[in-house]
Ligand binder design. Structure first.
Ligand code: EPZ
Length: 419
């Protein structure tokens, strides 16, 4: 099993080009199933989750090839409609293939998806929406067997109880080739939803209102292929900015999505870092010591503060002057990284959905296990800010979402190796 060894306590300095977005690439890869022609994706991140998506595509009879950050997907012939449990378990986004398969063939058999353990992650909203679109769903021995009696899903008016990212994406995937129009009320407004819609529109879909709470989709008979550039990864961007903020130093982040990162940047700025942006480039300078964030950091659906950036910002604030308070409102169990940070000397108290972080003068290196993707990244962040050596194991969690994290950190001058 691989691990990361980090010698912390050094200031970071350098320029880094941001990777493509995982949470955009995965639903877009599922969406490629809707096109009989070839789809070419650029700026596609090289990640284990992306390879998991390609294994599902291959299993279904599609061809998927990679060359650097370019992915080519040919879904000319879909030969299977069932995704085995072991492929479903590899990641949460495997559930996106439900909407895409229903959109393409009118049937599919899936099971409960895997993904980071952040508390219960049901798919009830996905299933209720598919049922509203006329899909028959039967659950048997852990399998979820879905089919459209007329061979095609039907447009519907769907109001989500919560603006779920995954449910919004699944509905979009099923609706673009459904019979009639679909309206999603209380839709998620995350930038990755807009990127998926951008891709679908490039394939000929008719969608209006993405980025707003009400999305309207006009069902089409068929979509065509396209070439599409995946948006930059705002959470990986938040992670590398947090690392430099925590360790001190200065960095230039290129190929960034500045506007989409604003909810994070506006909070990070309150720590005293100097942050400016021009075009798709962000410049950050972090002085000797950060200030705590005075207002409560509440994770919320976009455009609120992103839950995916909570752990890395927490790592940066462990050494700030004063106390910062987090409130995690999206997932029930998203403070699992706090134990490792405490092991490095942080003062964190977790009480339900609130975490109180009292800044300490210094952190020290420690051995810790990555608990989940962003939690693992938070440990790297804290280790870079800590004095001495840290060893982080179970880094397969980190590899699911960060493209060669050790190379990116070394570009910034960090002392990190993978062994
Ligand atoms: C997506 O997960 C992201 N994953 C997550 O990123 C991200 O944290 C999350 O959106 C919120 O922004 C991908 O895009 C692959 P949700 P998703 O459906 O779609 C509840 C990362 O680190 N819910 O918006 O699973 C759910 O339990 C990952 O990159 C239901 O109750 O998120 C959660 O409490 C982690 N029933 C809340 O809604 C449902 O049917 C938000 O989930 C669906 C969701």
């Amino acid at each position: 099993m691989q691990k990361l060894i980090i010698n912390g306590g050094k200031r970071l300095h350098g320029e880094l080009s941001l990777q493509g977005s995982k949470n955009s690439a995965l639903p877009v890869m599922a969406a490629a199933l809707l096109c009989e022609d070839t789809v070419e994706l650029t700026n596609c991140p090289v990640l284990t989750d992306v390879y998991s998506a390609s294994r599902i595509l291959n299993h279904l009879g599609c061809q998927c090839s990679f060359s650097g950050s370019r992915a080519v997907i040919s879904a000319g012939s879909v030969t299977k409609t069932e995704i085995p449990e072991e492929l479903m378990r590899e990641m949460r986004s495997s559930i996106m293939f439900m909407g895409a398969m229903l959109g393409r063939t009118g049937e599919c058999t899936v099971s409960i998806p895997g993904g980071c353990e952040l508390g219960p992650r049901p798919i009830d909203m996905h299933l209720a929406a598919m049922r509203k679109m006329g899909i028959d769903i039967r659950e048997s021995m852990g399998r979820i067997i879905c089919h459209a009696p007329s061979g095609r899903a039907k447009g519907a008016r769907i109001s989500l109880a919560f603006p779920s990212v995954g449910a919004t994406e699944n509905i979009l995937l099923c609706a673009v080739t459904a019979e009639g129009d679909t309206v999603i009320n209380n839709a998620a407004r995350e930038p990755e939803i807009c990127d998926l819609c951008g891709f679908l529109r490039s394939c000929g879909a008719e969608i209006k209102g993405d980025g707003e709470s009400r999305i309207v989709i006009k069902g089409k008979n068929k979509l065509h292929g396209c070439t599409y550039r995946i948006m930059p990864d705002r959470i990986a961007g938040a992670t590398y900015l947090s690392m430099t903020a925590a360790a001190g130093g200065e960095m230039i982040l290129t190929n960034a999505c500045v506007q989409e990162m604003e909810p994070f940047i506006s909070v990070l700025e309150q720590t005293g870092c100097s942050i400016s942006a021009k075009g798709d480039t962000i410049y950050l300078r972090s002085g000797a010591r950060l200030r705590s964030v005075k207002e409560r950091i509440r994770t919320m659906p976009h455009p609120g503060f992103p839950t995916d950036a909570q752990a890395v910002l927490m790592a940066a604030l462990t050494k700030a002057d004063g106390t910062s308070i987090f409130e995690e409102n999206i997932f029930d169990c998203r403070y699992r990284h706090s134990e490792a940070l405490i092991k490095m000397g942080a003062d964190i108290q977790v009480l339900g959905k609130v975490a109180v972080v009292k800044g300490v003068p210094s952190l020290h290196g420690a051995a810790c296990e990555a608990t989940d993707l962003r939690g693992g990244a938070a440990m790297v962040c804290a280790a870079l800010a800590a004095e001495g050596r840290s060893v982080i194991t179970k880094i397969s969690h980190i590899d699911r979402g960060y493209e060669k994290i050790e190379e990116a950190v070394r570009t910034l001058g960090g002392d990190i190796v993978r062994v």
